[in-house]
Design a protein around this ligand. Structure first.
Ligand SMILES: Nc1nc2c(ncn2[C@@H]2O[C@H](COP(=O)(O)OP(=O)(O)OP(=O)(O)O)[C@@H](O)[C@H]2O)c(=O)[nH]1
Ligand SMILES: C[C@H](OP(=O)(O)O)C(=O)O
Length: 208
């Protein structure tokens, strides 16, 4: 099955502007992409990157500068089974991906924290994406509308996409790949000083 990884190459991770400079956000996006590609390869897949601009990466790329939905739906228009896996899932492991691919439902969804769709498999030629907002809920409805059977994968590792600074807590606690190392090298640390949830701070800046 084709496995396609959408990647915003140019101004990624804008919701992390309170923690990282634009250059750091590009680096972070790339190191997360590399972690995802490594886990997919170790799970036995041959991923392709669907990127908004040319990047130097040792897997096949499709360059498409249209918005996310248009670019992914152009891939789905082929009608063949395909998996779409977001590039910002640094906790993803081969075992977590194996669960995604093990289900034989027509549409298999891995929801993200906060309502998104972090990965899916479709074996139904009419299924199309409608990302943003509560896209997990929207994708379930879309799948049902086209008569597809639907399964949901309950996985902390696949549900953890890195959008906001609080998501970095999960990477520092549970990461096993390069993204955790990259964060630690840049002085990103757990902040356990508060009474409530653990946060993050940077050694070289004020707490965030
Ligand atoms: N090909 C493609 N991929 C995209 C596009 N927008 C986002 N992505 C990818 O889709 C996944 C989820 O996107 P977001 O969480 O919105 O990531 P982002 O756009 O880098 O972050 P924000 O600027 O904070 O929204 C990530 O793998 C992105 O790299 C796009 O327009 N085209
Ligand atoms: C693309 C979007 O990602 P999020 O903004 O939820 O990370 C979604 O999954 O619908």
């Amino acid at each position: 099955m084709r496995v396609v990884v959408p990647f915003a190459a140019e101004q990624p991770k804008t919701r992390l502007a309170d923690v990282f400079t634009p250059a750091e956000r590009r680096e972070l996006a790339r190191v997360m992409l590399d972690d995802v590609l490594r886990a997919l390869r170790e799970a036995g897949h041959t991923p392709e990157v669907l990127t908004t601009a040319t990047i130097d990466v040792n897997v096949p790329t499709i360059v498409d500068d249209r918005p996310l939905n248009a670019a992914v739906n152009a891939v789905l228009a082929d009608g063949s089974p395909v998996a779409v896996v977001m590039a910002d899932l640094p906790l993803a492991t081969p075992d977590a991906f194996a669960r995604l691919f093990a289900s034989d439902a027509d549409v298999v969804l891995a929801p993200g924290r906060g309502g998104g769709t972090n990965a899916f498999v479709t074996r139904h030629s009419s299924f199309r994406v409608d990302y943003h907002g509560a896209s997990y809920r929207d994708h379930r409805e879309r799948a049902r509308e086209v008569g597809a059977s639907v399964a949901t994968i309950d996985s902390h590792r696949l549900a953890t996409d890195v959008d906001e600074s609080t998501d970095l807590v999960e990477v520092l606690l549970h990461g096993t790949g390069e993204t955790r190392r990259w964060l630690e090298e840049r002085g990103v640390r757990l902040d356990t000083s508060g009474d409530g949830r653990v946060g993050i701070r940077r050694d070289d800046t004020t707490a965030v």
